[in-house]
Design a protein around this ligand. Structure first.
Ligand SMILES: [Fe+2]
Length: 161
């Protein structure tokens, strides 16, 4: 039963975009876990907690993206090898300075944001409002989180004293 009212083949560009987003989110998620475990220094308690909040949020969004693809009657990518092959986000080194970790996460966010805009563009082309609703919500949230991380980083890079 085609409950969507959109032809399956017309959804292919949307699904490709969602699978690209899913792949990038999986690598981003693992980067956050690596930073949560390996962060050191005077900002340990703050960043250890922030990275955990971010990966818990990413975990929920990963599930939402995969289940959106299934709702569109397609298959989500589901192997680490497929994610790594597709992802534009690279696996991060786990050991780096804390401000470099935040910079890396901000760069990962920029990549996710660009992919989300691409998905919104494709979804708009086929009137896939369900995908637009889901991803537009993600977009505003990750932009806000990026502002907060950027504000934190400014403090580190230009100390008051
Ligand atoms: Fe933990």
């Amino acid at each position: 039963m085609n409950y969507l009212g959109i032809q399956s083949k017309n959804l292919k560009p949307v699904v490709d975009g969602l699978n690209l987003l899913l792949s990038n989110y999986q690598v981003y998620y693992q980067n956050l876990r690596a930073f949560h475990w390996n962060v050191e220094g005077q900002n340990f308690f703050e960043l250890h907690r922030v990275f955990e909040e971010l990966y818990n949020d990413a975990k929920i969004r990963i599930d939402d993206i995969a289940e959106r693809i299934l709702t569109l009657r397609h298959r989500p990518l589901s192997s680490m090898s497929a994610y790594l092959e597709k992802s534009k986000i690279d696996e991060a080194k786990s050991q780096m300075e804390d401000d470099q970790m935040v910079k890396t996460i901000l760069e990962n966010h920029r990549e996710l944001i660009l992919i989300m805009r691409g998905v919104l563009h494709e979804a708009g082309g086929v009137n896939d409002e369900g995908t637009i609703d889901l991803i537009a919500g993600f977009l505003g949230e990750i932009e806000k989180k990026s502002w907060m991380l950027d504000a934190w980083k400014s403090k580190v890079l230009s100390p008051q004293h």
